[in-house]
Ligand binder design. Structure first.
Ligand SMILES: [Zn+2]
Length: 474
């Protein structure tokens, strides 16, 4: 029997018999069995179906069918251990072993366990009543509950069904929302916020802007997680009412230019957050499709959508868009493996080039790029900045003689071509989003290097990027 199978089986019996004994919380009991029996592999479990280390007490457990003799040890209050031959309950099978646990604790000493709904309180009470002597007992059992996410077996209170993530580090609720949402949560929509912000900066922005926008969560460049719109409410995020009614929307801090890269910290926090959202909302598996029609129609179980499905936008940026499959994989590994701390599959390390003043000065970071050329371009734009590999080695030092200003100042250009394509990204390798045919004057809010032009400029309207080779600065 695998560990997972053991947990499932024991959990089923605990849930079946606990209510008739007035016990209202199951996760600590499942964890006790895991710890005490080493997932059902201990000598007592194998030979006596005793999964809880229940000592023999005459007449106490009605399903007990005999005595099993084995040396056991106990811890004294001073931390020392004593070992001696002890008598243990023997049961016919796992089901009877679980009933034995409830009989064993169904005496006046343990009467204060009844009705307890908090796992930690249950453990503190049962330890105080003399069930276990190990000094670190409560901590050890709580760690098992956490590691296997055993609270999923506990009854959920009504209001907990649409709760918020406990991973949140900053909360500021915006008025930019519709309350409540009219659809169950069954979709995840990840966005890029186009700025290397913290969660606090993002939530503060949504709370104070007069633009009608928001997101349920903001993931900061430092891995901070902010709550801006309660999960029970609909955010104004993806330019599509129906989508946001059913989706949890997440804005992730990103670079301001293509490919809108996010930091490792933000990426890791995003994975954990999405896994947590899925767990609490009963999303068993995250399914991504590179086919827009699959996404917007939720075909084949697809439950991830992106902003560009609903609006003429780059969002979530190619950096995150191209990682949606990987995000689904990583989240599903957590959902299947049950542990958030140790991914089931080793994470592949992709080289990421960071642009900073010095490696130690992480706060100075202008961005993190998977493409070296983009990192170099960013370093060039910022005097005193260098490009570092993931180990902190300098791989490129920006042209410090450049007179470029620290901050990009938008400027006007006049289009000189009669037809100038607007592209979804900075390069001819991106699809078009229409074209400019009026030889008009446009505001450029960002620059980038890219295929097919000596430089690309981002239009203020958000329509996309144009080759600056066919423009004149005015
Ligand atoms: Zn977006």
């Amino acid at each position: 029997m695998s560990k997972e199978e053991f947990i499932k089986q024991i959990a089923a019996y605990v849930k079946q018999y606990a209510p008739s004994y007035g016990i209202k919380v199951y996760s600590p009991i499942i964890a006790q069995a895991i710890l005490e029996s080493a997932y059902g592999t201990s000598e007592l479990a194998v030979n006596a179906h005793n999964y809880f280390g229940l000592k023999y007490r005459e007449g106490r457990c009605k399903t007990c069918i005999g005595i099993y003799n084995k040396v056991g040890s106990e811890q004294n209050p001073d931390g020392s251990y004593v070992s001696s031959a002890m008598q243990w309950c023997k049961f016919a099978d796992m089901e009877n072993g679980v009933i034995g646990y409830f009989d064993f604790t169904n005496i006046s000493n343990y009467s204060n366990l009844k009705g307890v709904t908090d796992p930690q309180k249950y453990l503190e009470k049962i330890k105080a009543a003399g069930y276990a002597t190990s000094l670190s007992y409560v901590d050890n059992v709580m760690a098992v509950i956490k590691n296997w996410d055993l609270t999923q077996y506990d009854e959920k209170k009504e209001e907990e069904n649409m709760s918020n993530s406990s991973l949140v580090t900053y909360t500021r609720i915006t008025n930019n929302k519709t309350s409540p949402r009219n659809h169950a949560i069954d979709t995840i929509t990840i966005h890029c916020i186009v700025g290397q912000w913290t969660a606090k900066q993002g939530c503060d922005y949504f709370a104070t802007t007069d633009r009608e926008c928001s997101a349920n969560y903001v993931v900061g460049k430092d891995g901070s997680i902010g709550l801006s719109v309660d999960e029970k409410d609909r955010s104004w995020c993806s330019s599509n009412r129906a989508n946001d009614m059913r989706a949890i929307t997440i804005e992730v801090a990103s670079d301001t230019t293509h490919p809108y890269a996010v930091t490792d910290q933000a990426y890791e926090a995003l994975i954990k957050l999405v896994a947590d959202i899925c767990k609490r909302n009963g999303i068993k598996k995250l399914v991504w499709s590179t086919n827009k029609s699959d996404r917007v129609n939720h075909k084949n179980g697809c439950n991830m959508t992106v902003h560009r499905d609903f609006a003429n936008k780059n969002c979530p940026g190619d950096y995150l868009y191209n990682r949606h499959g990987e995000i689904a994989e990583k989240v599903n590994a957590i959902l299947n493996g049950g542990t958030a701390t140790t991914p089931a599959t080793p994470t592949t390390t992709k080289e990421l080039y960071r642009v900073r003043k010095t490696w130690a000065d992480a706060k100075s970071q202008k961005g993190a790029y998977s493409i070296l050329a983009n990192a170099k371009a960013m370093a060039d734009k910022n005097p005193g900045y260098s490009v570092f590999d993931s180990k902190g080695n300098v791989v490129y030092t920006g042209k410090s003689t450049t007179t470029a200003t620290q901050k990009f100042t938008p400027y006007l250009v006049k289009v000189t071509a009669s037809v100038l394509n607007i592209r979804k990204g900075a390069g001819t390798n991106y699809g078009t989003n229409g074209a400019i045919r009026d030889k008009g004057v446009y505001t450029i809010v960002a620059e980038s290097t890219g295929k097919g032009a000596s430089k690309w400029g981002k239009l203020r309207s958000g329509a996309g990027w144009i080759s600056l080779d066919y423009t004149k600065r005015v």
